[in-house]
Structure formats: structure tokens, C-alpha cells
Design a protein around this ligand. Structure first.
Ligand SMILES: Cc1ncc(COP(=O)(O)O)c(C=O)c1O
Ligand SMILES: N[C@@H](CCOP(=O)(O)O)C(=O)O
Length: 473
């Protein structure tokens, strides 16, 4: 299996190559050259497997012929061993035909752990094989950063630089990141939005000299390995609810479009997914695109679901590639239009395909609070504001008949205690693993949203030329 760029002018790479490069050097995103297929029998055979075993069957075809395939079984077993629920990603029923898929049982209480615990292990092993160091640069609106810091802290071969928008993540999210004591972890608070942080990270990859000198790699969902490790729970939850013999719909709290793109990938591999609901907060560039055919991101609005305070959804480019029949020159044109004019309009054919599978709803702040309250009153379950946005969107989705709706619960309520208290008057219980992680001293450097300032900081602190010691904390 090779991985090709959505923009068509970068060399195709192996899985390991794409893992370490993160972004293709023409600025595009890596995609598998074709979607591996799972037959109905193969899908049905996932029933009852351990999560790691099911994930192995879903992920392994993408790694065919790659050295990472030899690591996969061990990587998955180590990655999910540390989860705090034996099912890793269990389902809970909240209505006659609606289910919440709990993706917050990992070490940092967000769905990012399911992929990050895998990606860090793949990267560390690949670097060891190559005798190389790497510098991870990542942008976060709160959860990716925390998950990456947890997954990479103390690794000898990898320095990690995480940019978050200053004052725009929850206190718990910030402290999860900034109280890490390991020397390989660096937090940068950018005076700007998540979109500013993501733009700086992409520009870092675009600087070829720097990229080479520092051995840059990325852990955001621009890295296909992140998407790959998020496909498994679409399969396991759908099979629990009757797939492949019964179709399933998913409502996915969405920001960067990575998680829902993993749902698209599951469908492309053969899972009977009837509908994918894009659930956003007030940052509604995707619902507007689904209403009009024009994608026009605007300024980021701060909400009580800060991890989704994103307008420029990186992975929408992957879907465009698919909608355009994998025509990379079309994708290049649309991306250029977006850069130059701030928007682009889909062709009728592309728009038709988009609306056949996806729908989109945005939830404002009142609706989010009412949803947290409603779910609590009806079921006793305390959901976080991101999950609430997913539930609110599912409630707006008409006419799925007997198809079960799975709402992805992307974070634990304890990460957003203020929003939860405002909605239901009580704070969610804090799991012990969170209390223990929130040390007291915070380490973080404030910076303007300025590329050169960030580069100077990274160049000063990265250990790109230091000899490898082999020691790991
Ligand atoms: C809690 C939570 N929910 C939803 C999302 C949106 O996921 P994606 O960016 O993959 O669309 C994020 C951030 O990515 C998140 O942290
Ligand atoms: N919501 C994310 C934003 C980055 O998304 P990613 O999936 O591309 O890493 C966050 O919490 O950081």
C-alpha cells in the first residue's frame, strides 16, 4: 500500500514514510492509493473481539508490505492496555434508537487517546529502526495537545512542540498540557485562534530546510496515521448494533473533520454507514457548506466546546479529493481558490455526492446547555459540551427509520466542569487519573501568532543534532 498526496505532485510514500512526513511536501494530505475492502463476513467476524484485535483487522490492510505491520499487534495491545474500560470504546443507550459511543476512557479523557497512543508508539519504533530523531509540531484547541504530550512525554528521540490558542482552552485542558515536567515537552500559547496555530504548523512543514534540519513530523489529523487509528471504533460500534446486516448512522462532533473522515473511510471499506452527521458548534463553516455548496470559513468564535472552535477544517481536503473522483488538479485548484479568495464552490456533482451521505447541523450555546441538561434529566448521564453538540445534531436529523444513531462522545465531562456546572448545577466527578495528572507548576511560553518567533523558539529548543541516548523516562 502506498500513500499519495491529495495535491498530486509529491512522491507516493510507504505507510512509515507518510507517518513520519505527516504532510506531503506539495502541501497536500496523504491518502491510501485505494481503500482496502472488508467483506460482510469479515465485518461480522469483528463481533466479540477485543478492541485491539478488531483494530488490528481494520488497520492491517493499510500497512501491507510496510515495516510498521510487524509492530502493529504489539503497538495496539500496549496502546489500549492503559484504557480505563475493558471495552475501550463502549456504547451506552440514551434513547430508543440512539447510542453514545464513549471515546473518553483513555489517559487524557478524550477520543484523541485512541489514535495518539498508537501513533506515538509507531513513530518511536520507526525512528529507532532508522536511528533518527524527530521534532513533533502540533496545533491544538485543547485535546490533541494533551493526548500528544501524554503519549510522547519522556521519549528520547522525539521533541514535542504544541501550540494552543492562549486563553481559548479549558483550565483542565491547559493544565493537562502545561504541567508535564519532561524536558522533551514544550508548550507554546499563541495569541490567536486554533486556525492561527494550525496555519503556523502547516507553514513549518512548508519550510523545506527547517523541515529537513529538524526532522519535523506531525501528530494532528493531517497525519493519515491518526485517521487510520480512528476507523476502528466505527466498525466495532456498528457491529455491536447489527452491522453488516443493519446500517448505522453516526453523529460526530466536528472541528478539523478528522474524526468524521475516519467514519467516511469505514464506509469506503464496506461498513454500511447510512448517514454521517457533521455536528458543529457556532463555528459552522461546514453546515453552511452543506446548505449552499460554498465553503467559506470565517473568524473563529469562542464557545463552551472549545476543542471545536475551528473554521478551517483541514481534513475537508481529503473529502474533496474523494468527491472530485481523486482528481488532484481539481483539489489544487479549490485549495488555491480558498487561499486567494477565502472560499470555493463545489460543482453540482460534488455537492450532490456530499449531501447523499453527509448532513450537518450547528448547535448554539443555549442548545448545547439545554442538551446537557436534557440528557442528565432523562438518563442521569453527564455529557460534555462537545458530546452535547453531537446529540443536538442527531436530534435534528429526521427520517432514519429503524437505523440506529451513534453519537460520538469525544470527551469526558470532567474536562469542561464550568460548562457542565452552568447546565446542570453540579460539577462532574473528576476521575482519579485526571486529578493525579494535574500537577501544580505550569510550563508554557506565550508568543504572538508570528511564524518567525515560533521558528526561533523551536530551533533554540529542539535537540535535532544531539546523539540518541536510548534512555526513556
Ligand atoms: C472533544 C472534541 N470533540 C470533537 C473534536 C472535533 O474532532 P475533529 O477535529 O476530528 O473534527 C475535537 C477536536 O478535534 C475534540 O477535541
Ligand atoms: N480539536 C483538536 C484540534 C486539532 O485537531 P486534530 O484532530 O487535527 O489534531 C484539539 O483538541 O486539539
Amino acid at each position: 500500500m502506498k500513500f499519495i498526496s491529495t495535491r498530486g505532485s509529491a512522491p507516493a510514500l510507504s505507510f512509515e514514510g507518510a507517518l513520519l512526513a505527516a504532510l506531503a511536501d506539495d502541501g497536500g494530505l496523504f491518502m491510501p492509493e485505494s481503500w482496502p475492502q472488508m467483506s460482510p463476513d469479515e465485518i461480522a467476524a469483528l463481533a466479540g473481539l477485543d478492541y485491539a484485535d478488531a483494530a488490528y483487522r481494520v488497520m492491517s490492510p493499510f500497512l501491507a508490505g510496510d515495516p510498521c505491520l510487524n509492530d502493529l499487534e504489539e503497538v495496539l495491545s500496549e496502546a489500549y492496555d492503559g484504557f480505563h474500560h475493558p471495552a475501550v470504546a463502549p456504547l451506552a443507550q440514551i434513547g430508543p434508537n440512539s447510542f453514545v459511543l464513549e471515546l473518553f476512557h483513555g489517559p487524557t479523557l478524550a477520543f484523541k487517546d485512541l489514535a495518539m497512543q498508537v501513533v506515538s508508539r509507531f513513530m518511536n519504533r520507526a525512528l529507532k529502526r532508522r536511528g533518527q530523531r524527530a521534532t513533533v509540531v502540533g496545533a491544538t484547541s485543547g485535546d490533541t495537545g494533551a493526548a500528544a504530550i501524554e503519549a510522547f512525554r519522556g521519549l528520547d528521540a522525539i521533541d514535542v512542540f504544541i501550540l494552543h490558542p492562549k486563553g481559548r482552552v479549558s483550565d483542565v485542558q491547559r493544565r493537562q498540557m502545561t504541567t508535564a515536567t519532561e524536558a522533551n515537552i514544550h508548550n507554546i500559547a499563541v495569541e490567536g485562534t486554533f486556525d492561527d496555530c494550525q496555519a503556523i504548523v502547516k507553514a513549518l512543514f512548508g519550510d523545506r530546510d527547517l523541515n529537513k534540519r529538524l526532522g519535523l513530523t506531525g501528530i494532528n489529523s493531517i497525519n493519515f496515521a491518526r485517521i487510520l487509528a480512528q476507523i476502528g471504533y466505527y466498525f466495532t460500534s456498528a457491529v455491536t448494533l447489527g452491522a453488516p446486516y443493519r446500517p448505522v448512522a453516526f453523529s460526530v462532533p466536528t472541528g478539523n473533520f478528522g474524526d468524521i473522515f475516519a467514519g467516511y473511510a469505514a464506509r469506503a471499506m464496506g461498513l454500511p454507514v447510512q448517514r454521517l452527521v457533521i455536528a458543529t458548534n457556532l463555528n459552522d463553516s461546514l453546515p453552511r457548506a452543506l446548505a449552499s455548496g460554498t465553503y467559506e470559513p470565517q473568524g473563529v468564535i469562542a464557545t463552551s466546546s472549545p476543542s471545536m472552535d475551528i473554521q478551517l477544517a483541514s481534513n475537508f481536503e481529503r473529502l474533496l479529493f474523494e468527491l472530485a473522483g481523486r482528481d488532484s488538479s481539481r483539489v489544487r485548484g479549490l485549495m488555491e481558490e480558498l487561499r486567494a479568495r477565502g472560499s470555493f464552490t463545489l460543482s453540482q456533482g460534488e455537492f450532490g455526492q456530499l449531501c447523499d451521505l453527509f448532513s450537518a447541523h450547528s448547535a448554539g450555546e443555549d442548545v448545547t446547555q439545554m442538551t446537557i441538561r436534557g440528557v442528565f434529566e432523562e438518563t442521569g448521564m453527564v455529557v460534555d459540551p462537545h458530546t452535547a453538540v453531537g446529540i443536538a445534531a442527531a436530534q435534528q436529523e429526521p427520517g432514519l427509520g429503524t437505523t440506529p444513531m451513534v453519537i460520538l462522545s469525544t470527551a469526558h465531562a470532567a474536562k469542561f466542569p464550568d460548562a457542565v456546572r452552568r447546565a446542570i448545577g453540579i460539577e462532574p466527578a473528576q476521575p482519579e487519573r485526571l486529578t493525579l495528572k494535574l500537577g501544580s507548576e505550569e510550563r508554557c511560553t506565550d508568543m504572538p501568532a508570528d511564524f518567525a518567533t515560533v521558528v526561533d523558539f523551536i530551533v533554540d529548543h529542539a535537540r535535532a543534532d544531539a546523539p540518541l541516548t536510548g534512555a526513556e523516562a
